[in-house]
Design a protein around this ligand. Structure first.
Ligand SMILES: [Zn+2]
Length: 325
């Protein structure tokens, strides 16, 4: 099935609701499910929001959404849940974005979820950000479903450790690694997560593995979405682990900048273990040697159609030490 058909089919399902859940499209391809279909109109808080195709070519979220709707059909509408399709136009063309990375388009001057009067969204992705904010501004918890460009040794989450982020994420997923950060994720602009967090919500980004409609990734995502629903609808208590005891917390130690002369050796994945002294890439004729043994994150291999080199070549991870918790 091509991406346009997938999006069309899924949008129709979202429009009609599922089981006892009534649907309301509060902005283009942004739906709120509730018991009466009035949560959007009544400006009620949204307990849980799921996002898919925030990056147009990371399509597995569409499969996860479809399957989660079946699950939800058998559940009572005990809370408000929002779903959004981030960048359908980019998805139809199987690209990450068309005019600007949507996940860097949430930094415009917004106040209480409303764009400042003198700010006009111009680019397609800026307009999408404004539409999606209608749900995000009222969301207590966001789970945004992503995939990575390269293969991944395992699925992982990206989150900040502030407030209830850790407790909620560990309850939803007791096993997977968390990539934690305190500062900014990207200097190019805020994404969905930064926007939700700025308004006091919890924002979790799930990276399930390499791009493509992979059934094992759908299984993984749907299982976590179900747990999130159980947690946010009050059926499952939050874990009380001490994050200091958690061996699965990482952050990036080094970000290696890219240059037109830089390239990585073949076969690096997310969470590949790179040993100290090993050559992981080249800059012109010069070898890039790992300064210490560490796992890799977001290795970048240029695509044949890529015109502009990415800003980064690769990141290396180190254990994350929670501060003040
Ligand atoms: Zn992504």
């Amino acid at each position: 099935m091509n991406h346009s058909t997938l999006i069309k089919d899924l949008s129709e399902k979202f429009r009609s609701g599922t089981g006892d859940w009534k649907s309301e499209e509060i902005a283009e391809q942004v739906w709120v499910f509730s018991s009466d279909g009035m949560a959007g109109t009544n400006s009620e808080p949204i307990e849980l929001t799921f996002g898919a195709i925030t990056h147009g070519n990371e399509i597995v979220g569409l499969g996860a959404f479809d399957r989660f709707l079946h699950y939800l059909a058998s559940k009572k509408p005990v809370c408000n849940i929002a779903f959004f399709l981030g960048n359908p136009e980019a998805c139809k063309k199987d690209v990450r974005y068309l005019e600007r990375d949507l996940n860097r388009s949430f930094s415009a001057p917004f106040k209480d979820g409303v764009p400042a009067i003198d700010w006009k969204p111009i680019l397609l992705e800026e307009r999408r950000a404004v539409a999606i904010q209608k749900a995000l501004a009222r969301s207590k918890v966001l789970i945004d479903l992503h995939q990575t460009k390269c293969p991944s040794e395992k699925p992982f989450w990206i989150l900040q450790m502030a407030g209830d982020h850790y407790k909620i994420a560990r309850t939803i997923d007791p096993e997977s690694p968390f990539v934690c950060y305190d500062g900014i994720f990207s200097a190019d602009g805020d994404g969905t997560a930064e926007y939700v967090r700025r308004l006091g919500g919890v924002a979790l980004t799930l990276e399930s593995g390499q791009e493509g409609m992979h059934t094992d990734q759908i299984d993984f995502m749907v299982e976590r979405m179900q747990r999130a629903f159980e947690v946010l609808s009050g059926q499952t208590a939050l874990v009380s682990h001490d994050p200091k005891e958690d061996r699965g917390l990482y952050t990036w130690d080094q970000t290696i900048a890219n240059s037109p002369q830089s390239r990585l050796v073949e076969g690096l994945k997310n969470f590949s273990l790179v040993q100290e002294g090993v050559v992981y890439g080249y800059q012109g004729d010069q070898e890039l040697v790992a300064a210490k043994t560490a796992m890799s994150l977001f290795p970048k291999y240029p695509r044949p159609d890529q015109t502009k080199p990415s800003a980064e070549l690769i990141r290396f991870l180190k254990p994350y030490k929670p501060v003040g918790q």
